[in-house]
Ligand binder design. Structure first.
Ligand code: IMP
Length: 200
């Protein structure tokens, strides 16, 4: 009998996040590669470190152990060149404290507005150490906040590949065509689907 399943049994990625926007972005990308995404909310302690890879790996290892499942965690940061990479791995704290307005204030009168988002996906199963994938989106900090879609620093980030639109002015499909997260997840899903074929 022909299977009516959209996703073959076992082709599922458990994404540990409390951010529904990240989940929605990931779900579309993974689905295009035949992998379903399940959102898992797991209490973890997010460490502070200068490396987003280390943060993602530590969270992934803790979450995989807690839920006894192979899981993915994605961690990202905004790196502004004129601010020597600030806020980088501290993006979440900076967003919660000074937000997009605070960043625009710090960038007032700054002509050099180059910045990039760096994303890391850490895959971890209870029996294996975490494996990491990286992606970047280069762009600029806009002069003012524009758009109402997305989350976080989306209203003030204009990706180079997006014309003069900020991420917050893009549809989810448009953001996924040029975002750091999309690049990382595509690398992950290519590896994941080939690893799946080898194992099962
Ligand atoms: P997280 O630790 O990966 O959740 O990301 C840290 C912070 O970076 C978040 O609180 C957001 O403010 C920001 N951030 C991460 N990814 C994005 C994105 O795709 N767009 C806008 N802001 C982002």
């Amino acid at each position: 009998m022909k299977s009516t399943r959209k996703f073959p049994r076992g082709r599922i990625a458990f994404f540990v996040t409390s951010n529904i926007h990240k989940f929605n972005e990931a779900r579309r990308i993974l689905a295009k590669h035949g992998v379903a995404t399940a959102l898992l909310k797991v209490e973890t302690v997010e460490i502070q470190d200068d490396s987003i890879e280390k943060i993602a790996k530590t969270t992934a290892a803790e979450a995989a152990k807690k839920c006894s499942l192979p899981i993915i965690v994605e961690d990202a940061g905004l790196f502004i060149e004129a601010l020597n990479g600030f806020p980088g791995p501290y993006s979440s704290y900076v967003y919660r404290t000074i937000g997009t307005k605070g960043i625009l204030k710090l960038m007032k009168n700054t002509k050099k507005r180059d910045a990039y988002f760096h994303s890391v996906v850490a895959f971890c199963s209870p029996k294996e150490p975490p494996k990491c994938f990286h992606g970047k989106a280069k762009g600029k900090i806009s002069l003012e906040a524009q758009g109402s879609r997305g989350f976080g620093f989306d209203p003030i980030f204009e990706p180079s590949a997006g014309g003069d639109k900020t991420f917050a002015e893009m549809t989810l499909v448009e953001k996924n065509n040029c975002s750091h997260r999309a690049e990382t997840l595509r690398k992950f899903v290519r590896w994941y689907t080939s690893a799946f074929k080898r194992r099962f």
